[in-house]
Design a protein around this ligand. Sequence first.
Ligand code: UPG
Length: 471
Amino acid sequence: MSLLRTVPAERRPIAALESVVGPERYTRLLAAAHALRPRLAGRTIWNVNSTAVGGGVAEMLQTLVGYGQDLGIVIRWVVISGDPAFFALTKGLHNALHGFAGSGPPAGPAEAAHYEQVLADNAAELVDLVRPGDMVLLHDPQTAGLAPWLRRAGAHVVWRCHIGADEHSAVTLAGWEFLRPYLTGLEGYVFSRRRYVPPWLPAAAVEVIPPSIDPFSAKNEDMSDGTVQAVLRRIGFLDGAVAPPPFVRRDGHRGEVVRRAAVVADRLPGPDEPMLLQVSRWDRLKDMGGVLHGFAAHVAPEADGYLALVGPSVATVADDPEGAAVYAECVRQWQDLPAAVRARVMLVTLPLDDVDENAAMVNALQRHAAVVAQKSLAEGFGLTVAEAMWKGRPVVGSAVGGIPDQIAAGTGVLVGDPADLAAFGAAVRDLLRDPAAREAMGAAAHEHIRAEFVGDQHLMRYARLFTRVGG
Ligand code: UPG
């Protein structure tokens, strides 16, 4: 059976970006791509990660791979597979690189041997696809152990890390130590922030490239208020039956939202009640439970509105083995709320059978929100922040990882200590009570994302990287 899965990534018309970023930025992007093309002639750029759906890495690859193709670059995306023990081990690494001990970074030789074996099996297939001279971008700890195989096959290997901690600690350093043998000597490394770089990596080989959003994906495309309401009714989040609402697919064709979300709630909200929303994977570091408790203790008693905690259907994300347990914890915490508060909190899981349809659901929810929370305890970047800001929504986010890079003064609210539920609650409450402040902040947020975090900048930074690596 084949371990690798190729993810079809449709060519996306890059020209569409000009209307968002303006002619100057657009022309610079075209010039960079033009300069790079001879260097990439005859080569393929491979992206390798561990899931095609349900997280920030997949979210970006879906669009960047498509734009790259339209810029005349041959670029492909493959997903590895692994068994539950492998993904339990890589989740431990994920937590460790964020500074959280959790199940701990893999320690013993048996774990290292298992990690290497799973990746050796994947590599055996990958080296049949990748030709000498090709460039390979490996994403995150799950794929780092492929690097030695690919180098031996003559590929130019870059490793991109989507996570990290603001400060190194014994926990992060232990995680990095595990990865060190696979990462040493690569041609390039990409991090979302410079502080994440482990001390032993050569600074000259590191490129800092923050993530970006695509204004034209199903996740972020404009949506009328009518369509937002229709999507929310269709998925069973608001009351009332409607015909399936439309969205745009990656291949440019239209799709329709037909599936329903699974909603845990004592009642459905009215369409005009203000919503506080957090959209996340069910990952402890996203602190969905903290949002629930912060809302219950510091928002619900003093302001109108309700909370929706939204994430992917937990059965479907193979590389995130803690998802089901974290979701179950949230359900228990919801059950334990006093009845009056419980009636103002919803837990929602969205089907992932169709990734564009799932994105349209997230889009509608983010647009329907009065305030968006991202109360992460650690965060590599936090695409959900940029997504909400792009939609003109004020975000209350923890000042951790990449969140302060996104929320500038006046474009949202940063909460200094992610454990401070009172400060989080006060920020949410103030915004829920003040529609004018929400409006002003949301408008500034949209402009900030346009200036800093739209895909053209991301592609430009990749262009700079590829002028350096590749021999
Ligand atoms: N999402 C869905 N459906 C859901 C829930 C989430 O599409 O039901 C999306 C969400 O809209 C976003 C993505 O999943 O696009 C989540 O991305 P992000 O908020 O960035 O978090 P992670 O999945 O944890 O992504 C990792 C890092 C993160 C970084 C990202 C890209 O943890 O900090 O921003 O990789 O580098």
